[in-house]
Design a protein around this ligand. Structure first.
Ligand SMILES: C[S@@+](CC[C@H](N)C(=O)[O-])C[C@H]1O[C@@H](n2cnc3c(N)ncnc32)[C@H](O)[C@@H]1O
Ligand SMILES: [Zn+2]
Ligand SMILES: [Zn+2]
Ligand SMILES: [Zn+2]
Length: 451
């Protein structure tokens, strides 16, 4: 009897998901499914690792990063046929062929007019993988299957529906030779799921590397006061605690940039993820006043109507700049930043998030133009308010220290460089883990300063 019983258990276990130690999926009131811990986790502790179900390297990273394993290094070898995909070695090239073959010959035949969006490229890969192993539960889906991802299909408005239709048309246009497509409804569902659950993979300076889906990571709901952060190691996602988490507590990550005030965060979350956040910060708006810090003119605060007008200007300026980035020269972009800062500066303090946004953009443009002094001067203005406005462990703060540290180093300001790099290191040891290649490289950089 005993033997029979344990055999039965064994079989049960084989047939169901293994799950993830220390975690469980549950119904989170008002939030759909969610993830919670079954034991305590301390700050810096790894909750789990999730390999990408599918991933795609950004076109702008070609030549610098391996398409297959996302290692960034020199001396990558290129695909002999299309000469557009680059790999560490033959193993990576072979490993990637099942995905690369969706694009290799198409890129040759389309030539200059090959331009599918990154989302379309990712979806093509997902479809190809789904067709290959249709029934098996992969290591990326221990708690949530890709096919069960939330798509919020009932909440899409006409504009979103049209965007999905355009994506589907693009998919057919660029991938029809090498892919059997599921029916139209299934494609609509898949695009909606990828929009709600897809991840952009970023490097240590928060530069875009690629896109991926990690179903188990997508089980986590959002909070503007998150208790975990997601980082990447190659093509895997890692989830680490940035607050102590007690048994039974829900695990929350942030889906958005937490710099901005409540109204802006709410709009972003509603527009992209179709929910209203009810976290502590959204209820109390405790940081909003500092985030919108105003200048006093002759001892008086501006009138509320004037403030509203300037806020409208600031939000439009952000959107205009985002668009301008695609078409304007760096010099023109810098001018746009400076003009908008001049205008906003009459009412907003330098630590106001809309000023910070433009300074951050200006810093990026200066770095691109190799104007390192210009970049440093913007970075120095941004870093202190960043520390104050972002949570204690923040990738945005770490990457800003890192950029500043590297800029000081290039400018031969070694002690300032080493101080900034150490601040980046303190955060990255917690959010990336002490054995991460970014952390190791940073430690090496700091130690060469001290020699
Ligand atoms: C990446 S999924 C997270 C897992 C999801 N709850 C599920 O059941 O699959 C994102 C979706 O979860 C829901 N969600 C996430 N965070 C939420 C929150 N704080 N409040 C309400 N709904 C939330 C929204 O529907 C959102 O589009
Ligand atoms: Zn590789
Ligand atoms: Zn190729
Ligand atoms: Zn919130």
């Amino acid at each position: 009897m005993i033997i029979g019983h344990s055999l039965l258990n064994l079989r049960d276990r084989d047939m169901t998901a293994d799950g993830i130690d220390g975690m469980e999926r549950f119904e989170s009131p008002g939030k759909g499914r969610g993830l919670r811990v079954t034991r305590a986790y301390r700050v810096g502790e790894l909750l789990f690792v999730c390999p990408a179900y599918s991933h795609v390297l950004s076109v702008s990273e070609r030549g610098y990063t391996c398409e297959h394993c996302f290692a960034r290094k020199e001396g990558l070898s290129k695909c002999g046929k299309c000469k557009k995909a680059f790999y560490c070695n033959v193993e990576c090239q072979r490993g990637d062929w099942a995905m690369h073959k969706l694009e290799c010959s198409a890129m040759c035949s389309f030539g200059e007019s090959w331009c599918p969006s990154e989302t379309v490229r990712l979806v093509a890969r997902i479809i190809s993988r789904m067709q290959k192993v249709p029934k098996e539960r992969s290591d990326s889906e221990k708690l949530l299957l890709l096919k069960d991802l939330e798509g919020n299909l009932d909440k899409l408005d006409n504009e979103k529906r049209e965007m999905n239709e355009a994506d589907i048309a693009e998919l057919h246009h660029f991938y029809s030779k090498h892919l059997d497509f599921p029916d139209h409804q299934a494609l609509l569902t898949l695009f909606a799921q990828v929009h709600c659950n897809g991840f952009t993979v970023e490097d240590e300076e928060l530069s875009h590397v690629g896109s991926a889906v990690f179903p188990d990571v997508a089980l986590m709901n959002h909070s503007c006061c998150p208790n975990v952060i997601v980082t990447y190691r190659g093509t895997s996602a890692e989830v680490r605690a940035v607050k102590d988490i007690s048994p039974g507590m829900e695990v929350y990550t942030s889906y958005i940039d937490l710099l901005y005030p409540t109204e802006d965060r709410m709009e972003r979350l509603r527009d992209s993820y179709y929910f209203t956040c009810d976290c502590k910060e959204c209820k109390t708006k405790s940081k909003d006043k500092v985030k919108l810090k105003l200048r006093k003119v002759n001892g008086d605060e501006p009138r509320s109507e004037e403030i509203r007008e300037m806020l409208r200007y600031a939000r439009n300026a952000i959107e205009d700049f985002r668009r301008a980035k695609q078409e304007k020269t760096p010099a023109e972009l810098l001018e746009i930043c400076e003009l908008s800062m001049d205008k906003m500066g009459s009412m907003f303090e330098d630590s106001n998030v809309y000023m910070l946004h433009m300074m951050y953009q200006a810093m990026g443009v200066c770095m691109y133009m190799e104007d390192y002094d210009g970049a440093v001067s913007y970075g120095e203005k941004v870093i202190k308010p960043f520390r104050q406005l972002y949570p204690a462990y923040s990738l945005n703060v770490a990457s800003m220290y890192l950029k500043l540290g590297r800029l000081y180093t290039v400018l031969d300001r070694l002690s300032a460089g080493s101080a900034a790099l150490k601040k980046a290191l303190a955060i990255m040891e917690v959010v990336h883990g002490k054995d991460h290649v970014y952390v190791k490289e940073l430690q090496k950089q700091i130690s060469t300063h001290q020699k």
